[in-house]
Write a protein that binds this ligand. Structure first.
Ligand code: ADP
Ligand code: MG
Length: 609
């Protein structure tokens, strides 16, 4: 084929390939145009997932009749005029190709009337062919109707999902734009039914909360207006770790009023939650950043959904620091929701108390799975409500193991252990109280977090102190021993582990971190596990992430186990550490270390409210 210049229709259809992927992208472009036109209210309606009809109506500035044809022409825009403007974009649109692209793959009608003109006008375009401009009656503002999207590009049509799924995406787009423009009223109708209806003139917090769901409000933390470096302002709402979701869809980032996906900010956000949510889950967040338009390039993606910051590490640092600080201030102990667990209405047959799911209930009726140690029958019912007022001497006796234990059951059921403010149940859970109610702690998970933070803090100051072994310990490894050690050398040094190959599959451990020694961790099995894990699953490439993973492994080994009996002083120490250590509410894997049963909830369940 000879080389030729493409027809305008083909040019526009190629552009449409980038910009108009699906109905939701049409809605995005049209709604952004309405925002740029200063609309106070924007109404969107779609039929059949947007394939039959997409209509966007606004009360913005409107377009003059003599400019209608230009509006649907490609590379025609009223938003930028010279190259300098590209350096500082302040409108949502600027490429001047959305309407032309959409018109090339649909039947489009543009109907508009500026506020100071008595009559409106309209233009129709069918698959890129313009019909003459005609007068039409219209309210002030602009309405765009897009029918039979992709009627002339069947390949595109094939890639679409069900009407329901496409409608879902449209709704996400409208929500995202609405979040960033709380002053504007938004309405979305799907097949004649209103699914979004947001009043004009909302404040930013109310708008975000309304979109995320009002029920979620108690689970959201507000980040005050922050500034730093090139960031003129940052504001947002971030969810408590316990409402983290399986996908990152619930992270909404806005840059200068534009909804964007940005890996830098997303990464910073997820880093702030590291260790508070499980690695495959993602926090809920709406973050709004304002930067000088000169410091960000929005002209890097046809749909303008990605941006390039001039100084990404500064943005990363600010987001990370701010969110982390906010999370640290928050009370992150998850609360057990009795109502949700067992049905909200107390069961009258149970005397007002509903003890949760039937299986749990029958367990409850079979008798408590623990007993008060010592003369249980006598002490149980009269045990004081506050442990601070508890009979300390009696408790000490129990803890010293010298108290007369009951009959055989005491052997079958692990003893409860008391420190002044805490008891250990089943050698696994610690029960204590705080100002909100009863707190149940997983002893291993909490101690694992404590060890992890201690190791991390320690290693920031230099390699861990190690202790030399009189006789080297030998560990067997699957892969080539020397390669495995070589690969991990820098990491091993920081950890205070000294190991050399002894044979093709044998490693000698000469030195081992004192902290692990003190906690009774055996060098050989540990090194063996470390090398095996590195060979099988591989450690993360990023040195800090690899370090975190190994520290986590160390913390897990060094921590108190489930089943360990704790002395009074150990119990007290662990509780004290819980107050001081960072992110004490979750173990390094993100699982909770503690759960709370609030007095408020108990009151409700006991019918006291
Ligand atoms: P861009 O938004 O990049 O300028 P578009 O193709 O989306 O390009 O729109 C072309 C032009 O049409 C805009 O620059 C604007 O002048 C005008 N326009 C489009 N939609 C509207 C609207 N809803 N209200 C007023 N003017 C509009
Ligand atoms: Mg536009």
């Amino acid at each position: 084929m000879p080389i030729r210049v493409l027809s305008p229709l083909l040019v526009n259809q190629i552009a449409a390939g980038e910009v108009v992927e699906r109905p939701a992208s049409v809605v995005k472009e049209l709604v952004e145009n309405a925002v740029d036109a200063g609309a106070g209210r924007i109404e969107v309606s779609i039929e059949n997932g947007g394939l039959d009809l997409i209509q966007v109506a606004d009360d913005g500035t409107g377009i003059r009749a003599d400019e209608l044809a230009l509006a649907v022409a490609s590379h025609a825009t009223s938003k930028i005029a010279d190259p300098g403007d590209l350096e500082a974009i302040s409108t949502m649109g600027f490429r001047g190709e959305a309407l032309a692209s959409i018109a090339s793959v649909s039947r489009l009608r543009l109907l508009s009337r500026p506020h100071d003109v008595p009559e409106g006008a309209q233009i129709e375009v069918e698959g890129g062919t313009l019909r003459p401009v005609r007068p039409a009656s219209a309210a002030p503002g602009t309405t765009v109707l897009v029918r039979t999207l992709f009627f002339n590009t069947p390949a595109r049509r094939k890639f679409l999902r069900s009407a329901r799924a496409e409608a879902g995406r449209v709704s996400e787009v409208v929500e995202a734009i609405a979040m960033a423009h709380p002053a504007v009223g938004f309405r979305l109708e799907v097949d004649g039914r209103a699914t979004i209806d947001l009043p004009a003139g909302q404040d930013r917090r109310a708008r975000v909360v309304e979109i995320l769901g009002r029920g979620l409000e108690p689970e959201l933390l507000e980040i005050g207006d922050e500034t730093g470096g090139e960031v003129l302002a940052m504001w947002g709402l971030v969810g408590l770790p316990r409402i983290a979701k399986a996908t990152s869809k619930h992270v909404r980032l806005f840059l200068n009023g534009r909804f964007v996906t940005d890996r830098t900010v997303l990464h910073a956000l997820r880093e702030s939650y590291r260790g508070l949510v499980e690695p495959h889950r993602s926090p809920v967040a709406a973050l709004f950043l304002r930067v000088d338009p000169h410091d960000v390039d929005v002209n890097v993606h046809p749909a303008k959904s990605e941006v390039r910051f001039r100084n990404p590490s500064m943005i990363h640092g600010l987001v990370h620091r701010t969110v982390l600080r906010r999370l640290r201030q928050a009370d992150l102990v998850p609360e057990l929701d009795l109502a949700r667990m067992g049905g909200a209405t107390p069961d009258p047959k149970l005397g007002g108390a509903s003890l949760g799911a039937p299986s749990q209930r029958s367990e409850g009726h079979a008798g408590p799975s623990w007993t008060w140690s010592g003369s249980s029958a006598a002490r149980g019912p009269t045990a004081p409500a506050s442990w601070s007022g508890f009979d300390l001497d009696a408790a000490r006796e129990v803890m010293a193991g010298s108290a007369p234990t009951g009959p055989a059951s005491a052997e079958a059921l692990p003893t409860i252990r008391f420190a002044p403010e805490v008891m250990q149940v089943q050698r696994r859970y610690l029960v204590t109280q705080d100002e909100h109610g009863i707190v149940v702690i997983d002893q291993h998970a909490l101690h694992e977090r404590v060890m992890f933070e201690r190791l991390r803090e320690r290693i920031e100051r230099g390699p861990l102190e190690s202790q030399r072994l009189l006789v080297p310990a030998t560990a067997e490894v699957d892969a080539g021993a020397s390669e495995a050690i070589d690969a991990l050398e820098p990491l091993l040094m920081r950890l205070g582990i000294e190991a050399t190959p002894l044979g093709p599959r044998t490693v000698a451990v000469h030195a081992f971190p004192s902290l692990l020694f003190e906690r009774g961790v055996e060098p050989a099995p540990f090194v063996q596990e470390l090398l095996t894990r590195a060979a099988d699953e591989g450690l993360p490439h990023e040195p800090e992430a690899a370090l975190a993973e190994v520290l986590d492994m160390m913390a897990c080994k060094a921590a108190i186990k489930s089943g360990d009996r704790l002395s009074e002083s150990e119990l007290a120490e662990l509780l004290a550490l819980r107050e001081t250590v960072e992110r004490a509410t979750n173990c390094p894997h993100g699982r909770p270390t503690s759960l709370r049963l609030t007095v408020r909830d108990l009151d409700r369940q006991f019918g006291r409210s």
